[in-house]
Ligand binder design. Structure first.
Ligand code: FMN
Length: 286
């Protein structure tokens, strides 16, 4: 009797959590498929930037890496690696470089997910075959592969109660990070990842409605502006922004929602040297 009751509780929670995250058009069942327990955690998940001091077992991190690298990889090419930063001097320099992210030094562990198109090129040399795909796709495939591994790592980690936060800001310092981590040509940092045992669960942030982020047969953005306005309001009702970005430049908005925040965020140039860095790594971007 106890197990079915627990299961029912979990099922109710999943749908309630998805509704809270996505709004009214969230699914209310899985077509008769019993939701696995892991779904509730996935539905609720949020990044964690506050960690307990005690480190994760090394074997746990190794297992999470293995699970992450079990994820799909384009053409079985396996063009992504994970770099675990253990050296305290390297870690200290990364913390310094990312000083504007004050939580990073408090993360017990820091990993870097790498795009790796080097191994493929080495295989061509060893097998004496031309590498006939030296164009943008080489960079793109390795980036996507690394992103898939990052997502799988986070899913596996969060399922085990480990808190994570990806760190793309590492690419603000791509050249120095690359030297620091000894990354040769055709290997590049895609994203950092801070992790450890969470002080508390991550916040379940609201997402854009599925009516406008899941498409059927043809891409459809009808009613998008109204949907974004409604999302801004819904999100504001639950978790209003405490501060506004760049008030000197844009003034104080009467209503400050997600779309205003994102527009202000990307009104500032970011990583304008990323393309040049990638080219210096040997990639052709045409
Ligand atoms: C590729 C990627 C890069 C990110 N980079 C950073 C970062 O540099 N610093 C940070 O604090 N959070 C970073 N995040 C975390 C996002 O800000 C966070 O996922 C987003 O606000 C949504 O919150 P949620 O994951 O809790 O739903 C990153 C997330 C992703 C997926």
């Amino acid at each position: 009797m106890r197990l079915p009751a627990l299961r029912k509780h979990i099922m109710i929670n999943i749908w309630a959590t998805l509704r809270a995250r996505f709004g009214d058009a969230a699914p209310t069942d899985a077509g008769g498929v019993s939701p696995p327990d892991a779904w509730e955690r996935m539905a609720k998940r949020g990044v964690v930037r506050r960690f307990r001091d005690d480190p994760l077992p090394g074997a746990l991190i190794d297992t999470l890496c293995a699970l992450a690298l079990s994820s799909p990889t384009k053409s079985d090419l396996q063009q992504r690696d994970i770099l675990i930063v253990e050296d305290t001097a390297i870690r200290a320099r990364i913390n310094e470089l990312l000083a504007d992210q004050d939580w990073i030094p408090t993360a017990p562990h820091f990993l870097v997910f790498l795009g790796n198109n080097r191994r493929q090129r080495q295989v061509h040399e060893w097998r004496e075959k031309p590498f006939a795909n030296d164009h943008l796709d080489a960079f793109f495939n390795a980036s996507v592969d690394a992103g898939i591994a990052l997502g799988a790592f986070i899913a596996a980690a969060e399922a085990a109660g480990v808190g994570c936060c990806p760190v793309s800001v590492i690419r603000d310092h791509a050249a120095e990070v690359s030297t620091l981590l000894g990354l040769p040509d055709h290997i590049f940092p895609v994203c950092g990842l801070g992790l450890g045992w969470p002080q508390r669960d991550g916040w379940t942030s609201l997402r854009l409605p599925l009516t406008h982020t899941v498409h059927r047969d043809r891409f459809n953005e009808a009613g998008l502006r109204d949907a974004v306005d409604a999302y801004d309001q819904r999100r504001h009702g639950v978790a209003p922004y405490r501060t506004q970005r760049d008030v000197d430049r844009f003034g104080t908005a009467g209503f400050y929602g997600w779309s205003e925040d994102k527009a202000r965020q990307y009104a500032e140039p970011q990583r304008t040297d990323w393309g040049a860095f990638v080219k210096r790594k040997g990639f052709k971007l045409e």
